[in-house]
Design a protein around this ligand. Structure first.
Ligand code: UDP
Length: 415
């Protein structure tokens, strides 16, 4: 049996004060015809990264709405995650030399995990490339299968794409975050685009008293009388942590008391993290105004919440980005956000309205300085950011779209 994640309890009614009673009622109504549906979600890790964050909230809500939803994990093994991180990077366009050994490691793990998958689900949702070949090795069984892609596959490395494509074309439906991510040559009976969302009731996002946040952040050595820039992201090349340091350095030439906090958790399925962390640490070179934290230095979801609420500017310097939950998280906290104009980020930020988008280091520096010197604008945009997230990127909307997909699929004649 696949390892199952122990689920939290969540109640859809709790969201009514935030999204309104009508939306909650609509969601309950939509779920009625598929109550009892047995759904299994499978991904690579229960900790670290956006997918784990999403599943932690959506699966308990599906259960509260009367479905029987479970969360299974791919059985872990070090060389496998090294291979799949390379696949992940290559699917986002990085050069990669796909070797027979890498193919063998990938297929062996998927074959083994497919044997551990029970046969009594109506729907199986497979997230991202790591478990993508489960459908192939398991066979359809009695279930409908969905492949949910969370990354930007608009310009994939063709070797890896041609390797993965036959496996995902066996699915009954595919879900991408945006239509721009859908590779042109893909064939699927059902194609959906659904954007992710954040949960206002996790310790990462729950409303907190700013005085409490200040106390917590100050305990980590930050001087809150001085400007604070923040990026929260895995240590990953696509999040451009070295670029963040560069932007900070240029900002500091103009604002000499600026500080930078970089918070980067280590995900189980991301062996690249420590390597990049060490690169970043080397570049910091004794600058005592740069603070690097990981989940191992005591910065977990609650602390991330505090940092996002007190930072003067939140940066998200991604150069490729599937969605970037961190952007919605920061907007929800009314933060002034400057983020890369890539992937799913412009879905969340209307430039100049609820945050600022930047194309390159120079623009990042200018826009960070803009926020540091225009406090009124930063508050105005922050408030609009909160409302924009309320309208578009809270988890009940995501659950609503998933339920529609399940209903369409369960009632469709795809076999
Ligand atoms: N995150 C965290 N601690 C960290 C770094 C990231 O809790 O040190 C969380 C972050 O708040 C967000 C998720 O990990 O909820 C990252 O999701 P996102 O979509 O931004 O990026 P991904 O890591 O999935 O590429």
């Amino acid at each position: 049996m696949l390892e199952k994640v122990i689920l939290k309890k969540k109640r859809i009614d709790d969201y009514a004060p935030i999204i309104g009673q009508e939306k909650v009622a609509n969601l309950k109504e939509a779920a009625k015809p598929i109550q009892g549906l047995r759904v299994l979600h499978v991904n690579a890790t229960a900790h670290g990264g956006g997918v784990a964050e999403l599943l932690n909230s959506t699966i308990p809500l599906l259960n509260d709405l009367g479905l029987q939803a479970e969360w299974g994990l791919l059985c872990k093994e070090e060389p496998f995650f090294e291979v799949t991180k390379n696949f992940h990077n290559a699917l986002q366009g990085k050069y990669y030399d796909l070797t027979p050994l890498a193919e063998k490691i990938y297929l062996k793990r998927n074959r083994l995990c497919a044997k551990m998958l029970e046969n009594d689900y109506d729907l199986i949702v497979i997230h991202d490339p790591q478990p993508a070949a489960l459908r192939h090795f398991h066979g359809r069984g009695n279930a409908k299968w969905i492949w949910r892609c969370h990354i930007d596959t608009s310009r994939p490395n063709m070797d890896i794409w041609n390797f993965i494509k036959p496996f995902i074309e066996e699915y009954d439906a595919m879900v991408f975050t945006m239509k721009e991510f859908v590779p042109r040559d893909i064939k699927t009976p059902c194609l959906y685009t659904i954007a992710p969302a954040i949960d206002p009731f996790t310790s990462k996002n729950i409303d907190l008293d700013v005085a409490v946040c200040k106390t917590i952040v100050a305990e980590f050595g930050i001087n809150l009388r001085r400007p604070l820039l923040l990026q929260v992201s895995r240590f990953d090349p696509w999040k451009d942590p070295l670029g963040v340091l560069e932007v900070y350095r240029q900002v500091k030439e103009k604002v000499d008391d600026a500080q930078l906090a970089y918070i980067g958790s280590m995900a189980d399925d991301d062996p690249e993290g420590w390597h990049i962390y060490n690169q970043v640490k080397d570049r910091v070179k004794g600058d005592s105004d740069i603070f690097l934290y990981t989940n191992l230095s005591g910065v977990h979801a609650f602390e991330v919440n505090c940092f996002q609420r007190v930072a003067d500017v939140v940066i998200q310097k991604s150069i490729r980005e599937g969605f970037g939950l961190v952007v919605s998280e920061a907007l929800w906290k009314e933060a002034a956000v400057v983020a890369g104009n890539v992937g799913g980020i412009p879905l969340q930020i209307n430039d100049g309205v609820n945050g600022l988008l930047a194309q390159n280091n120079e623009e990042f520096v200018d826009k960070v300085l803009y926020f540091l010197t225009n406090i009124k604008k930063s508050h105005e945009m922050g408030k609009r950011g909160h409302e924009y997230v309320r309208e578009h990127f809270l988890v009940p909307r995501l659950v609503q779209e998933e339920i529609k997909l399940y209903r369409d699929l369960v009632h469709s004649s795809v076999v």
